[in-house]
Structures are given as structure tokens and as C-alpha cells.
Design a protein around this ligand. Structure first.
Ligand code: C5P
Length: 263
């Protein structure tokens, strides 16, 4: 578009218009940062670590701790799908109504404050983590129009000094040029036990057998959908956390990141 306009003007003016246009784009995407010599650091230069993987593989816990260790920003992409789900559930929206899901996402009034999540001025951190919300989120996550609607919002989290993010399509679709891509997984039993522990800590009772069934169903839906399915992309490193402590996993990710930066 900028080039078409330039046909009308002289070479120098064309360069100025181009520069203004580039600057405007960068300002809008909040990617302007001035370092030594007032250099403009493009968003693409901001390092990103992506952690994708199946439900209850510990992605959220690890991503948060790694982001704290590095002083990076953190994006919990699953929370976005859960927030749209929660808002839709509160409005009794039919889960098959794709158009309404897109509309809800477009007007979503959310904020992430430290470790709490707010929807329309209310702290919904616990509600959004409920199994029913995750289940609903995984149903609406198959809508490509909804995924497109959330794409720019997710990419806006890429800010200096860096970003750690977790989800299903972070490395494959949202940040394909990430510095380090990890596919985090663990055995089904271990993931169910972790989810059980999380629920018990919140005073919610659940049987391990039911949790295994629920995880299986959700992973099956997430990996078999046609849009942005859960998958280990070719350039992602597999990290199986079965039998590892949280500290061990965090330190492995940090080592992998140190190696990736050298490459
Ligand atoms: O990770 P979490 O369990 O919070 O995600 C809830 C659901 O949101 C997932 O089961 C998945 O269907 C969907 N999701 C997704 N893409 C992401 C993150 C989550 O489709 N990047």
C-alpha cells in the first residue's frame, strides 16, 4: 500500500513516507525501544520461548517460573480461550455459535495482574481454571475465526526484554520464529496426578480415573482439530518431565535457552 502511494511522489519523499510508515507500525505494536545509538529494536528481535504440550503437562508452572528467572513477560494463551469460554458460559451462549465466540473475543475486557486474571472488572482466577471452563475452551478453540481474532492480541505480548509463553500452537503458529521451542509432556498418569493435586489444593474432589478420561478426551480434541492442532513441530525440542521435579525442569529449560542463544 505504501509503495502504491509512492508512485506519485519523488524518491526522497517516498523514503520519508516509508520511514514514517515503518515507525508508525512499530509504535502501534509497541515494539519501539531505543538502545545504544538510538537503535530501533524490532519486535522480531525480542526473544521468545514457547512451551507447547498436552493438558496438565506443567507448561503453565514452568513457563511462569522461567519467565521470572529471566525477567521476561509471560503469556498464558490457554487463559485467553478459557476467558472467552467463561464469558460465553456466563451469557449462556451456545457452544456451537462460532460467530458469538468471535464477537465475545473482540470485546473481551480482560487484564492479567501478577498471577490473577480479571474479566470485566472481576477476579476470575479460580473460575477460569475450573475443569468445565477448560472443557468448553477446548470446544471453541477449534473455531478458526476465533483463533484469528486472538492472534494479534497474543503477538502483542512480545515485548522487550523477552517473552515466555505456553499453549498448543505457540511455536507452530503464533511465534514461528521463537528462539527456543519446547514440546513439554509427561506420562498420562503423572499428568492426571498433577491435575488431581491442583484440584485437591483448591478443595475440589475428583477421581484419578475420571481425570485421565477427561485429559484423554481434551488432548484428542486438541490434536485432531484441523486448525492449529496440538503437535510437536519439527523444530521443537521434546522435554518429557515424567519423574522430574519443577526445579529440574526449570533448570533444563534455562540451559536449553542458553544453548539456543549461542546458536
Ligand atoms: O492450556 P489450557 O488448559 O488452559 O487451555 C485450555 C484449552 O484452550 C485447551 O484445551 C485448548 O483447546 C485451548 N488452547 C488452544 N491453543 C492454545 C492454548 C489453549 O487451542 N494456544
Amino acid at each position: 500500500m505504501v509503495l502504491d502511494e509512492c508512485f506519485q511522489v519523488s524518491g526522497d519523499l517516498c523514503k520519508i513516507i516509508n520511514n514514517i510508515s515503518i515507525l508508525r507500525e512499530q509504535t502501534e505494536s509497541q515494539s519501539l525501544s531505543f538502545g545504544r545509538g538510538q537503535q530501533i529494536m524490532d519486535k522480531q528481535n525480542v526473544p521468545v520461548i514457547t512451551l507447547d504440550g498436552p493438558s496438565a503437562s506443567g507448561k503453565g508452572t514452568i513457563a511462569r517460573l522461567v519467565s521470572q528467572a529471566l525477567g521476561f513477560h509471560y503469556l498464558d494463551s490457554g487463559a485467553l480461550y478459557r476467558l472467552v469460554a467463561l464469558a460465553a458460559m456466563k451469557r449462556n451462549t451456545d457452544v456451537s455459535d462460532e460467530h458469538s465466540m468471535v464477537d465475545i473475543a473482540r470485546h473481551l475486557n480482560v487484564s492479567f495482574r501478577d498471577s490473577s486474571i480479571w474479566l470485566e472488572g472481576k477476579d476470575v482466577s479460580d473460575e477460569v481454571r475450573a475443569e468445565a471452563c477448560g472443557e468448553y475452551a477446548s470446544r471453541i478453540a477449534q473455531y478458526s475465526a476465533l483463533r484469528v481474532e486472538l492472534l494479534g492480541y497474543q503477538r502483542d505480548f512480545r515485548k522487550s526484554p523477552g517473552l515466555v509463553t505456553d499453549g498448543r500452537d505457540m511455536g507452530s503458529v503464533i511465534f514461528p520464529d521463537a528462539t527456543l521451542k519446547i514440546y513439554l509432556t509427561a506420562s498420562e498418569e503423572e499428568r492426571a496426578l498433577r491435575r488431581h493435586k491442583q484440584l485437591m489444593e483448591k478443595g475440589i474432589n475428583a477421581s484419578i480415573a475420571d481425570l485421565i478420561q477427561a485429559l484423554r478426551a481434551r488432548d484428542e480434541r486438541d490434536s485432531s482439530r484441523s486448525t492449529s492442532p496440538l503437535q510437536q513441530c519439527e523444530d521443537a525440542c521434546l522435554l518429557d518431565t515424567t519423574g522430574l521435579s519443577i526445579d529440574q525442569v526449570v533448570s533444563r529449560v534455562l540451559n536449553m535457552y542458553a544453548e539456543a542463544r549461542k546458536a
